[in-house]
Design a protein around this ligand. Structure first.
Ligand SMILES: O=C(O)CCC(=O)C(=O)O
Ligand SMILES: [Fe+2]
Length: 332
């Protein structure tokens, strides 16, 4: 009896961020005096704020937040998830990963899951779509009411598409010989939408949650501010999508602490710069939640993989086999 009770007390998650991680946190902008600014004044102020400004998510998006996003194409909300929630998301992802491996599941709702090889030689999940398909807790978390102002920022009619597009996408980037994805080269998310919708996308916003303390020296998310207002030609051809990966003099690093939420315009150029470190020190995890305004096109367990995803999956399978060999050689 005593044993059963003590076993049922949940032990703290191994993913709980340590308090020291927040020691150097940049506090969010104090907007208490700025809530009633006119749109013009908000725009003027936003244009004077550094690009690394952090904001606090309130019940509604403030005039300065709105202007800042419009102007720069991206915005950071500090610690929208608590450290406990950060840990729980990561725990849930571990459980989904274990299920995928146990049951040999290779795609979720038509989106292939990508596994690299971990330092221990075992499969290591690096990207999956529809993460909340096998986790009720994740599904409830991403649709929590605190995200309502984010939804309204995307559009009064927007909905959280946990069963649409690629669903909730979870990424793990790591530097290991067996890694499929130490980084992600320059791209716009708009291109993917062109394939999904067969038309040039209008404004679209992508909402990401971040689970690690990522400093400029760690690589991390990089954006080229204000490229969200470029013409269609530059959206498609300014760089070679998913290939060009060099430093750009205009790029800005988006620093994150665990629990931060970012919104970026899908038409802007961005990338994940790889970490200069190896192994666990290089790990970076992010989760993207689709907010959808297009017509409702739900996916389910029977949905086939589309042509766009098949191309990427083919490349990833080849990469995966090469990486696995590399990891095996590194272990010898
Ligand atoms: O991991 C990130 O923060 C960015 C991911 C990304 O840009 C993408 O998946 O399109
Ligand atoms: Fe992206």
């Amino acid at each position: 009896m005593t044993l059963a009770t003590s076993q049922s007390v949940a032990s703290p998650s191994k993913h709980l961020p340590s308090a020291q991680v927040f020691d150097d946190e940049v506090p969010p902008l104090d907007e208490s005096e700025l809530l009633t600014l006119s749109p013009l004044d908000a725009r003027k102020l936003a244009s004077e704020l550094p690009l690394g400004t952090r904001f606090r998510l309130r019940e509604t998006i403030t005039p300065v937040q709105y202007a800042f996003l419009q102007l720069n194409g991206c915005i950071v909300f500090a610690r929208v998830a608590t450290p406990e929630e950060v840990a729980r998301v990561l725990d849930e992802v571990d459980q989904v990963e274990a299920k995928l491996l146990r049951e040999g599941i290779e795609s979720i709702c038509g989106v292939p899951v990508w596994f690299g090889t971990g330092a221990d030689g075992k499969p290591f999940l690096q990207r999956m779509g529809f993460s909340s398909f096998y986790s009720d807790w994740l599904e409830a978390f991403v649709t929590d009411k605190r995200f309502e102002p984010i939804r309204r920022l995307i559009g009064e009619e927007a909905r959280i598409g946990t069963r649409e597009k690629d669903g909730v996408v979870f990424n793990r980037y790591i530097n290991l010989p067996g890694s499929l994805r130490p980084d992600l080269a320059w791209h716009t998310d708009a291109l993917r939408d062109v394939f999904y919708n067969r038309e040039m996308p209008g404004p679209m916003l992508n909402v990401g949650l971040h689970f690690d303390r990522i400093r400029p020296s760690d690589g991390g998310l990089r954006v080229i501010p204000r490229t969200h207002t470029q013409g269609a030609w530059d959206t498609v051809f300014h760089k070679v999508h998913f290939v060009t990966n060099d430093d750009d003099p205009r790029e800005i690093m988006i620093e994150t602490w665990p629990g931060d939420l970012t919104v970026h315009d899908g038409r802007m150029w961005h990338r994940v710069k790889g970490s200069p470190y190896d192994g666990a020190r290089s790990l970076r995890r992010s989760m993207y939640v689709p907010y959808v305004v297009d017509s409702y096109q739900p996916k389910d367990a029977g949905t086939a993989t589309n042509a766009y995803m098949k191309i990427f999956d083919g490349i990833m399978k080849v990469r995966g086999a090469v990486a696995k060999k590399r990891q095996q050689q590194a272990r010898r």
